[in-house]
Structure formats: structure tokens, C-alpha cells
Design a protein around this ligand. Structure first.
Ligand code: GLY
Length: 404
């Protein structure tokens, strides 16, 4: 081929993004996701939702109906995975599968036992409305946001995570516990506000975000896991942890929720204070001396037994997705580039055989080595649907960035 034609082809490839060296990463992740979740879909009974693998080696399935415990915060991620495979492949077979498992979750729009209706509905119906917009999906989301508001109090100014929580040593009981994870649930309120224009959804979301910024975030950019409020006065009465190593430590997935959550607040409001908070949280995460060379964190940044501590691939997946959004909001080009590179490094590790399952293995989940809660000895070093969901979301964000 003569040189001018070669240069022309290279230029076209560069313009269309095809020459981006990260494109194979995206394709590799989605090819494996499609292979794994094809089998997962075949193996999963209707209206059951895979979450993780039990210690006995069986896939742990959760029913569609709202449960009283927080253990089913994960229902929406399986539909969300299917929607994202559809987004990448544009294959109507995946769309039909995603629609079916999303519709079966409609009963969750009345889930009022805990705060996680945001996680559940945005990862399922939220993705459904993103990739296949319809009045039906929108109405379910608005109804869900109305349910979510029932857990908000004007006195306290935040959404109550759980009805009650007792510290691990039994010495303290909170009657209005709020965990950093709850920030993620605001996505549902912001979405309902955007869909309806009704400020009844916006005001609580802003109040919750502001109080979380003030009361959960430490000076160094790290997050307390749990802040307890007095329901009568709205005063903070304790700062503790549930899933972290210690009250004073930085639980890795909680830190990832902080980066993602404040970035999302910035998306909906354009407020600099949320951007600044997200940036501090991100800088803490990616600059931490205990972040391993492959950028997949140990379950807690303060876990002392490295290199034998469990990793949390889900924390890396959440952080990578968040960084790929945050990079578009920061003015500083060097910082933006740093966030993109940090995200790509995490995704490269997650795409490697160390973290990504071989076809047909890992009970058809995509990623290995996540945790639910180390202190509760719950799902330690296991696959989790939320890891797969945020990993694919990050890959889609990277793909969009490549094609831009
Ligand atoms: N509550 C969500 C989580 O465990 O990260």
C-alpha cells in the first residue's frame, strides 16, 4: 500500500476512534460479558436475580419482591448488566432479555424497608429508560422516587438508610443511620426531578448531598462509612462504620461511592462544591499509598495485612466508572488525563485473567475477587453482580470517550 493511502487510513481510523489502543479492552470485556451472561440467563429462573456465589459454590439468587433486610440492594444489577450488553451489541435478543427481567422487578417501586430503592430502580428501570425510553419506565421511576421520599425527614435533612443499626461491639444503636452508599440513591430523586420538574424531589436530594458532604467527608477526602443522626434534633450523634475495618478507616467501596455519588450530584446540578468534593475523594482513592500496583484496592484502605487482605474488584469498577465521568467535569486538562489513565489502569487489570473469569467459570459472573462485607464475613473474595454492572458501565463510558 502506498504511503499517502496508509496515512489517510490512519487519519480516518484516528478520527473514528478505531485507533484508540483501549478499544480492544472494551471489546474483550463485552465479548466475555455476553458469553457469561448468555449462560447466566439460561440458568436463572424467571424473576430470580443472581447476586453472588455462596460458600457452597452455588449461585445465590434473590427473588424480585422487596425484602426487609438490606441484602437485596442488588436486584437491579442483573437487569442492568443485560441492558448494558444490549447497549454495546445493539442485538434485540439482549433487549428482550433485559426488558423481561426489568419488568419483573416493578414490585420494587414500593420498596420502603430501606434506602436502596435508588440502587435497585436506577440500575434496572433507569438503564431501561436510557436505552429504550418509554412512559412505562418513566412512571415506574417516578413512583419509586415517591416511595423513596418516605424515608426523608425535614428535621434531619437526610434519607434514613436503615430503620435502626447497632454497632459491631453492641455499644451503640443508631435510630437514623446514614451510610455513604446512600448518596448513590439520590440518582433516583434527581431523575424524578428531571422527569417531572417537581422540586419536591430536588430539595431532599440537595439537602442529603449537602449534609453528606459536611458530615461524612473528612478533611483528607476520605469518607466515614456511617453517620448517625438524632431523629429529634437532626444533630450528628456518632460517626462509625458497618462494613469498614474501623470507624476511622476508609472502606474502599464506600470511598468509590463517594467519588461516584458527588460526581453524579455535579452532573445534575453543575455545583462546584460537589465537583470539589468528588475531586478530593478521587484524589484520595487513586493517590493512596496502599492502593496496589494493579489499582484494584484492598477491601479497606487501612487494612493492615497486605498483600494477604482480600481485594475488592467492585470498588475498582465503581471508581473507574466514576473517574470516567469526573474527568469530563474538571477544567484542568492534566487532571482530566490523570483520571482517564487511572480508570483505564483499573479496567486493564479487571480485564486480565487475574480478575476476569474464563468463559463458563465463576458461575457465569464476569469478575472475580469482590467483597460484600469482610467484617460480617459476607461474600468475601466472591463475584458480585454490582462489580459486573459498574465494570460494564465503565467500559461503555470509555467506549463513548473513544468515539467522541
Ligand atoms: N450498600 C452497598 C454496599 O455494600 O456497597
Amino acid at each position: 500500500m502506498n504511503k499517502p493511502i496508509l496515512i489517510l487510513i490512519m487519519a480516518v481510523l484516528a478520527m473514528t476512534g478505531c485507533a484508540d489502543r483501549n478499544e480492544p479492552l472494551v471489546n474483550r470485556g463485552f465479548e466475555r460479558a455476553a458469553a457469561q451472561y448468555e449462560c447466566m440467563y439460561e440458568a436463572t429462573p424467571y424473576a430470580m436475580y443472581p447476586r453472588t456465589v455462596n460458600n457452597s459454590g452455588e449461585t445465590r439468587l434473590i427473588g424480585a419482591e422487596p425484602l426487609k433486610t438490606g441484602a437485596n440492594w442488588t436486584n437491579g444489577f442483573y437487569p442492568g448488566v443485560l441492558w448494558q450488553i444490549y447497549a454495546h451489541t445493539e442485538d434485540p435478543v439482549w433487549k428482550a432479555r433485559a426488558e423481561k427481567v426489568t419488568r419483573a422487578l416493578e414490585c420494587q417501586k414500593y420498596q420502603r424497608h430501606h434506602h436502596d430503592i435508588g440502587f435497585i430502580m436506577m440500575s434496572s428501570f433507569g438503564k431501561a429508560d436510557l436505552y429504550s425510553p418509554s412512559e412505562y419506565y418513566k412512571n415506574v421511576l417516578i413512583c419509586s422516587a415517591d416511595t423513596q421520599l418516605e424515608r426523608y425527614s425535614d428535621t434531619v435533612g437526610v434519607i434514613r438508610s436503615w430503620d435502626q443499626w447497632t454497632s459491631r461491639d453492641g455499644s451503640f444503636t443508631s435510630h437514623w443511620p446514614v451510610i455513604i452508599d446512600n448518596l448513590m440513591n439520590l440518582d433516583l430523586l434527581f431523575t424524578a426531578w428531571k422527569l417531572t420538574g417537581d422540586e419536591k424531589y430536588l430539595r431532599p436530594a440537595l439537602s442529603h448531598a449537602d449534609r453528606t458532604m459536611k458530615n461524612h467527608m473528612r478533611e483528607d477526602g476520605s469518607a466515614f462509612h456511617l453517620v448517625s443522626y438524632d431523629p429529634e434534633t437532626g444533630e450528628v450523634d456518632a460517626r462509625m462504620t458497618s462494613q469498614g475495618k474501623a470507624d476511622s478507616s476508609a472502606w474502599s467501596r464506600g470511598q468509590a461511592w463517594a467519588v461516584y455519588g458527588f460526581t453524579m450530584c455535579c452532573r445534575f446540578t453543575g455545583e462546584k462544591k460537589y465537583l470539589d468534593t468528588a475531586v478530593k475523594a478521587a484524589d484520595f482513592f487513586i493517590g493512596h499509598e496502599n492502593l496496589p500496583e494493579d489499582s484494584v484496592p484492598y477491601w479497606d484502605f487501612d487494612a493492615e495485612g497486605a498483600p494477604d487482605e482480600p481485594r475488592d474488584a467492585s470498588a475498582a469498577a465503581v471508581a473507574a466508572s466514576a473517574l470516567l465521568e469526573l474527568k469530563d467535569y474538571v477544567d484542568d486538562a492534566a487532571k482530566s488525563q490523570r483520571y482517564r489513565e487511572a480508570a483505564v489502569k483499573m479496567l486493564t487489570s479487571l480485564c486480565s485473567p487475574q480478575y476476569m473469569a474464563e468463559e463458563g467459570e465463576n458461575n457465569y459472573f464476569l469478575l472475580k475477587h469482590s467483597v460484600a462485607s469482610v467484617p460480617h464475613n459476607s461474600s468475601v473474595d466472591k463475584p458480585e453482580t454490582y462489580a459486573d454492572y459498574y465494570f460494564l458501565e465503565a467500559l461503555l463510558r470509555l467506549k463513548e470517550d473513544i468515539e467522541r
